[in-house]
Ligand binder design. Sequence first.
Ligand code: GLY
Length: 569
Amino acid sequence: MLRLLLSMLAVFAGQSLQAGPGQHAVASAHPLATAAAQEVLAAGGNAFDAAVAVTAALGVVEPQGSGLGGGGFFLVHRADDGRSVMVDARETAPAAAHPDLYLDADGEVIPGLSLDGPLAAAIPGMPAALGHLAANYGRLSLAKNLEPAIRLAEEGFPVDATFLQMAGFRLHALRDGADAARVFLREGDLPEEGEAIVQPELAATLRRLADRGPAGFYEGEIAQRLVEGVRAAGGIWALEDLANYELVEREPVVLHYCGARVVSASPPSSGGIAIGQMLHILAAGGNRYGDDEVDRVHLLVEAMRRAYRDRALYLGDPDHVDIPVERLLSMEYASGLRADIDPERATPSTELPLDPDAVPGPVPPAIDSESEQTTHFSVMDAEGNRVAATITLNYPFGSAFMPPGTGVLLNNEMDDFATRPGEPNVYGLIGFEANAIRPHRRPLSSMSPTFVETPDRIAVLGTPGGSRIITMVLHGILAIVEGAGASEVVQARRFHHQYLPDRIEYETAALGSRVQLELARRGHALSPQIRPFGNMQVVIWDRQRDRLEAASDPRGNGSAAVFTPVPAR
Ligand code: GLY
């Protein structure tokens, strides 16, 4: 009777309420974080409690990817009322930030200033997100959900190969900061694989968060230590920056493609809009992009090129800039872009108009693929609540700066702003006024946590990978729409184009030799990459087959689990 009433209500609300999958599923970039989710789910928590536990645990055991000193986007869906929302915990520029922050007296960008040390750090959103999710969506207390992370910080976690690779890559920056070096290095050098990293100060900060909620971070003793540490080392944070940090709940971008409903990140992420533009360009040709692999890659690349051009021109913090969302996502606009694509010839990016005032920097640097950090997890609980979260410190180990006595590694998200109009950031992405540095602004992001909902299946997905996140998620969406399972989605080979640099970057196995030759003949520059792209985490609930599956990208060291809730005694 109750079920009948619910389904009548659902029809009335224009939604389709479903019973949940009856099992829990989680996929994250670290087995200890996946175990943290399992622990709180087994304790009676829901997907949102699991999200808090995974986020906090990842910040301890994968410090190169995310942490309390960073931010991110949590795409959440509540099963009981069918509501999807994006919890925007993106960092904000401190009040003293200004457009010339990283320029010398001649207006030249000072190398490294937006990447290393406290001047690179924006005001973190992560502690606010943990408190918000627990208080508004979870079933357990924040303190309960933080228990696994506190334990991992106190008892230590074993160093793995990825940690060593990233710490090696950021060794100079880590050596520059006394506290970060003390925690993550051994007398200035890398620890041995398997050695334990113990973080008592981070444990104490997490305990304060557990006891007092976000105020335990943004106010009082921790805030004092953060600001003093930042200012003593040349940064510009003030206590008010922390006290005034505001998390925002935003409507996600909702798209329709080939019978699927795609829900993705809205600005200040560029993900949802760029994905929407690319899907619409494909749809503008009746969803036909050729039976031939070359035609398919060519069209996808041309769609990517155009979406990233618009990213550079129009996207930024929606609370500070007017973004022409409706136009960018209209089929009319997409049809115009599609009509402009020559099926036989690559469009040089220089032929795609930029604003006359928008002059891109001279030669965008190659993306340093070692710098692909950030992290993602996907979770769904037995009732069908779900979270896709992409969280970050930006570069590996963020700014590599840890204010003394906090255990908190700070982000370097300020580099995601256009440090100067047309100046490429560390991922080679350019931006202009829409993403210029201003006090309190959120820097434009590429993080794209996403849901794909088809009549039969619901998928939760996302990946780290800097500027390539958006195109990797696009590949994931297309695979899911075509019926791929979770393992297939995470294993699929990936290619990418981002307008500038004007070249197709691809995993070596992603394009066969005939495809490469033909793409080159059409005028594409090809750039094979030895290092793999991304670290995708996917959960798929197949309602038709009553099957729940989870997969963690074989490119990373993560783990996925599907398990049945233990009935309460
Ligand atoms: N820091 C990378 C991003 O937000 O896209």
